[in-house]
Design a protein around this ligand. Structure first.
Ligand SMILES: Nc1ncnc2c1ncn2[C@@H]1O[C@H](COP(=O)(O)OP(=O)(O)OP(=O)(O)O)[C@@H](O)[C@H]1O
Ligand SMILES: O=c1ccn([C@@H]2O[C@H](COP(=O)(O)OP(=O)(O)O)[C@@H](O)[C@H]2O)c(=O)[nH]1
Length: 228
């Protein structure tokens, strides 16, 4: 008999380790790691109508409007009827959370609470492979060849909005928009918050929580796939 499907969301400010932890969860528990950022990048690369629109916001360092995000993501999530998944980067706002709520019942929400100094240090040293969204950090998980993506060998870049000058505003914005979302999930009794400065120390707690919720691996495919 197939195990019950599991739906989870991971939230946290920029640099809190959502992508890093999502990869570990995907590998350990066989959930599909869905990333709003990867999905937007794919739509931009494919020049879809929504992708072209989203690009105009992302290029200016702005969030993509709620109606564009929900129109893009919800139909894709509805198609994922046979998979357990972990969503990273969505919902970001209360409007997005309410829209997601009307589409599916979440089992669990992970919220990461990481000190500002840690976020600043990590992001000022974050290197990204733009085509895939793979992230590196020169201390924590450096690429095999400096400045190059491990799989494609293509150059890595840094985002201007990861630098300390832009970070304060991004964090303030995150706090404002995330608070009502966190309150919503708290009131539903599905919110689990993890605090700390190192993913390696937080990970065992997340791992043991998920082990109580997902008794056996629901699927064998451990690949990180962007949404179909
Ligand atoms: N749920 C969302 N709502 C609105 N805009 C979004 C959402 N998810 C992603 N975006 C947009 O896509 C961009 C890229 O997202 P992505 O999550 O890859 O990177 P990011 O902004 O560097 O986030 P983080 O620093 O948390 O990893 C964001 O900067 C934002 O403009
Ligand atoms: O314990 C950790 C976890 C993450 N990172 C790095 O911090 C940056 C932000 O992590 P991620 O992209 O996973 O965070 P997100 O923005 O998705 O929350 C990346 O360069 C990671 O390599 C780190 O240095 N130490």
């Amino acid at each position: 008999m197939m195990a019950k499907l599991f739906r989870a969301v991971i939230m946290g400010p920029p640099g809190s380790g959502k992508g890093t932890i999502s990869e570990r969860i995907a590998q350990s528990f066989g959930l599909k790691h869905l990333s709003s950022g990867d999905f937007l990048r794919e739509n931009i690369a494919a020049n879809t109508e929504a992708g072209v629109l989203a690009k105009t916001y992302i290029e200016r360092g702005l969030m993509v409007p709620d109606h564009v995000m929900t129109r893009l993501l919800l139909p894709r999530l509805e198609e994922m009827t046979r998979h357990s998944w972990l969503m990273d980067g969505f919902p970001c706002t209360l409007t997005q959370a309410k829209a997601l709520n009307s589409t599916c019942d979440l089992d669990l929400v992970i919220s990461l609470n990481i000190p500002y100094e840690t976020l600043k240090d990590r992001l000022s040293d974050r290197w990204i492979h733009p085509a895939s969204g793979r992230v590196y950090n020169m201390g924590f998980n450096p690429p095999r060849v400096q400045g190059r993506d491990d799989l494609s060998g293509e150059p890595l870049i840094q985002h201007d909005n990861d630098q300390p000058e832009a970070l304060v505003a991004r964090l303030r914005h995150y706090k404002d928009v995330a608070k009502p979302v966190i309150d919503l999930y708290k009131s539903k009794g599905i919110l689990h918050t993890f605090s700390g400065t190192e993913t390696d120390k937080i990970w065992p707690y997340i791992n043991s929580l998920l082990s109580t919720k997902i008794p056996s691996r629901p699927e064998t495919d451990t690949q990180h796939i962007p949404l179909p």
